[in-house]
Design a protein around this ligand. Structure first.
Ligand SMILES: [Zn+2]
Length: 347
């Protein structure tokens, strides 16, 4: 996730009236008991991706480095193996020029004298079964900070396990599962953005020059720093009240046996995540996540590991909420990616 003003550490503001919705029918606990083995399997898959992408071969996934290139290659190879097609006018990559100024402010090593770095978004598409019925978009930033922190620090390799190898892991597993069960009616674009850490640079580049006109996109979902909350956690919607997606999200969240917990505090994140590049251009774009609903654990992460060398892979990283969110995101993409459940225009 993007740089944020120092986490205030304050208690959440009072819950916004009417926005805390308890699921009816299926209780969260019953659901967990029913699919606990499945969630354990998902956690293992996510952990494998995260361990790989935050491992030594990727060097902290800095744009313009061999580790950054290796990260792009990993994502392309995964999407290709799942049956996705290149999503940027026949190419897997969308070139992005990244200014270095922000990195210097963040104490990130960049080549001396370089004003910019060449990098790329990775874009794949799973074409839908109904032509011209629109597109749904899934975003996660692949980049992190490479070598960062005070020059004298003993460990300066900022691996970015939670931020955002975890989001990429969830994105890839969603892509794999949706492709395996057959495409949606609408096109599904999977967009792994570069240089989110430099200020949503890759997401802005995507929004400036998208592979399909922005009005074609009926819904976009961003995934960032998802490995925070345990199983059974509620979910927050960053972008709540800003799109026409809320009613559908409520329906899907309830059907998944989850519950929503939106607070004013969470809205502070809205401009600090990639989805904002689309939202500010009037594309319905939200971040639906248990991590952002768990303000205590998110605050602990921000205080201890956020943008530090300590954001490393460990088997102790909490993946319970991420696994459930992965299933929820698939349900959301199915809801908004099919014309009967989410008709728009002439559908
Ligand atoms: Zn970040």
């Amino acid at each position: 996730m993007g740089r944020l003003l120092k986490w205030a550490g304050k208690r959440p503001l009072a819950r916004v009236a009417g926005l805390s919705l308890m699921a009816t029918g299926l209780g969260a606990c019953a659901t967990i008991a029913d699919n606990g083995d499945e969630l354990t399997r998902i956690e293992a898959v996510l952990g494998k991706h995260i361990a790989e992408l935050s491992g030594p071969d990727y060097g902290g996934r800095m744009p313009g480095t061999p580790g950054g290139a290796a990260t792009q290659d990993y994502i392309v190879a995964a999407l290709e193996s799942y049956g996705f097609k290149p999503g940027m006018r026949g190419q897997w990559r969308q070139d992005v020029t990244v200014p270095t100024k922000r990195y210097r402010e963040l104490l990130v090593d960049v080549p001396e004298g370089a004003d910019s770095i060449a990098s790329a978004n990775v874009i794949g598409v799973l074409p839908g079964t109904i032509a011209d019925s629109g597109a749904v978009v899934l975003l996660a930033h692949w980049d992190h900070l490479g070598t960062c922190g005070p020059p004298a620090a003993p460990d300066r390799l900022c691996n970015g396990a939670v931020d955002n190898a975890s989001g990429v892991a969830v994105m890839l597993e969603i892509a794999r599962r949706i492709a395996e069960h057959g495409p949606l009616e609408r096109d599904l674009y999977v967009v792994a953005t570069t240089a989110e850490e430099a200020g949503l640079v890759g997401a802005e580049a995507f929004a400036d020059d998208p592979p399909v006109p922005l009005p074609i996109i009926v819904a976009a979902f961003n995934l960032d720093s998802v490995a925070i909350a345990p199983r059974g956690a509620p979910v927050a919607v960053i972008g709540w009240g800003r799109t026409g997606l809320d009613a559908g999200i409520v329906e899907v969240v309830r059907a998944q046996g989850r519950r929503l917990s939106n607070t004013q505090q969470q809205a502070r994140w809205i401009a600090r995540q990639d989805g904002y590049a689309l939202l500010k251009r009037d594309v319905p774009s939200v971040l639906v996540s248990s991590a952002f609903a768990d303000e205590r654990r998110l605050g602990q992460f921000v205080d201890k590991n956020y943008h530090r060398a300590t954001d490393d892979w460990s088997a102790a990283i909490e993946l319970g909420g991420a696994a459930q969110d992965m299933l929820l995101q698939i349900a959301l993409l199915r809801h908004f990616g099919n014309t009967a459940s989410y008709p728009v225009g002439d559908d």
